[in-house]
Design a protein around this ligand. Structure first.
Ligand SMILES: Cc1cc2nc3c(=O)[nH]c(=O)nc-3n(C[C@H](O)[C@H](O)[C@H](O)COP(=O)(O)OP(=O)(O)OC[C@H]3O[C@@H](n4cnc5c(N)ncnc54)[C@H](O)[C@@H]3O)c2cc1C
Length: 417
């Protein structure tokens, strides 16, 4: 059996340097392990760089909720609907989508929420711990969240979601019309009611945040290899990681390459289906209207986040486009939405981005060991909540790899569930 000393000195390779990979890398290197983080494109289009940047502890409900099935046709066929299906790619995803829909039931959603709470609670505190001692700490902003509605009746129609949040301890503050105007000057008069949740936060610049975390990792002696992993081969006492340009060996490998993880994880026994839910952002720079707080617009399925010189509008869901180019209609829709929410908004220039959320069929990520090879571990499949859940995931998988006595129960996230 390994002694505690040996465990702490483990030589671990992590495949994928998005928020999940870097959080795991920092946790493990601080515990004394030798870590090599391999990423094919650290400045690329990964979900971790382009997301809405919310540290969203209240996001404890999956995207598909009871009653949503009936709303899907409207979302698809309305010109301004937030859901896109791309043909022919979507045809291959039909078995996944049917199974995905089967989780939109009260008991299943309650189960998912319970196990998302473990990952999401106190995200601000978890990110501060993660960023401590690195320059990344300065990008963490504390702020309330505002969930806007056209009227209170529409809020009441969402009571299943809000009751779940209340049950898990969130304090909901009702904001009426006049107060909303003061909180969000420039917002369209269409929105007359909101729910405020205090004690939340966001990352003011996700690109710089991840870069600074990676620099912090390097300062602790972590090694970065910028190369594409093409295969992972398990040998008797080690694992060989084959990249395009070299081979390296490690005691353990953590697969945390977001939507790309499945190409490696399947051969190590993962049975949980995963699909890309492509999302989009539009960032407007030097806007005349500025917001102080992150805003959720449930009608448009958009998260709107303050940025240093403007506003980022992020969201939408697209299935079937993993191997296609981004959809220009999505960018046009985001701009229409920005203008409808903030009539009169002006900006100097804009940025468009799109990336892949790694979405599992049951809306819970895969965190834990391979059931057929004890040298291989997984941490991926965080769909809409990966930034929020990154640090806690890093700690959970880190403790598991190091076989700590005080482990988290990883059963709900297991690779063979
Ligand atoms: C529009 C949008 C808005 C979102 N908003 C939020 C939000 O506000 N809050 C929140 O918590 N979450 C949000 N998310 C979700 C969040 O971004 C993701 O869950 C999270 O970024 C996933 O992180 P990851 O590290 O698993 O994957 P990724 O960020 O995709 O990172 C995977 C990394 O693996 C690397 N890689 C892949 N294959 C290989 C290979 N073969 N060899 C080497 N490297 C490889 C890639 O280059 C990449 O850097 C949003 C997502 C989208 C799309």
């Amino acid at each position: 059996m390994d002694s505690l000393m040996d465990l702490e000195k483990k030589n671990i390779a992590i495949v994928g340097g998005g928020i999940i990979g870097i959080s795991s890398a920092l946790y493990l290197i601080r515990r004394g392990c030798k870590i090599t983080l391999i990423d094919k494109d650290l400045k690329g289009e990964s979900a971790s760089y382009g997301n809405a940047s919310w540290l969203s502890s209240p996001s404890i409900t999956p995207v598909l909720m009871p009653g949503m099935f009936a709303k899907i046709p409207k979302m698809l066929f309305s010109q301004d609907g937030p859901l896109f299906l791309r043909f022919p790619g979507v045809l291959k995803t039909i078995p996944f989508l049917l199974k995905y829909l089967s989780y939109a039931k009260v008991d299943k959603v309650e189960y998912i929420s319970k196990h998302l709470v473990t990952l999401l609670s106190d995200s601000i505190g978890e990110h501060k711990k993660l960023a401590e001692g690195t320059k990344a700490i300065k990008w963490i902003e504390e702020s309330p969240f505002l969930f806007i509605y056209k009227n209170k009746d529409d809020y009441i129609k969402d009571s299943f979601t809000w009751d779940l949040r209340k049950k898990h301890g969130f304090n909901l503050i009702e904001i009426e019309k006049n107060q909303l105007k003061n909180l969000l000057p420039g917002l369209s008069n269409e929105y007359q009611f909101a729910i405020k949740i205090d004690g939340q936060g966001y990352i003011s610049n996700s690109q710089n945040y991840l870069d600074d975390l990676i620099n912090g990792f390097k300062e602790l002696g972590g090694e970065i290899i910028e190369d594409e992993v093409v295969d992972i081969v398990s040998k008797e006492n080690k694992v060989e990681i084959k990249t395009k340009n070299s081979n390296l060996n490690a005691d353990n490998v953590l697969i945390s390459s977001g939507i790309y993880s499945e190409s490696f994880s399947k051969k190590f026994g993962v049975e949980v289906p995963i699909q890309s839910e492509r999302g989009y952002h539009l960032e407007l720079f030097e806007t005349n209207i500025r917001i102080k707080y992150p805003i959720m617009n449930g009608y448009l399925k958009l998260a709107i986040t303050p940025r240093p010189t403007g506003i980022r509008f992020a969201g939408l869901v697209e299935f079937g486009s993993f191997n296609s180019k981004p959809n220009n209609k999505a960018y046009e829709l985001l701009l229409r939405n920005a203008k409808s929410m903030f009539p009169g908004i002006t900006y100097a220039h804009k940025q468009e981005w799109s990336g892949h959320r790694p979405s599992t069929v049951d809306s819970l990520p895969i965190i834990g060991p391979s059931k057929i090879d004890n040298k291989i571990f997984f941490a991926y499949g965080h769909h809409h909540i990966g930034l929020t859940a990154g640090p806690k995931t890093g700690e959970m998988i880190g403790k598991n790899i190091l076989r700590d006595n005080n482990q988290y129960d990883l059963t709900p996230y297991s690779s063979d569930r």
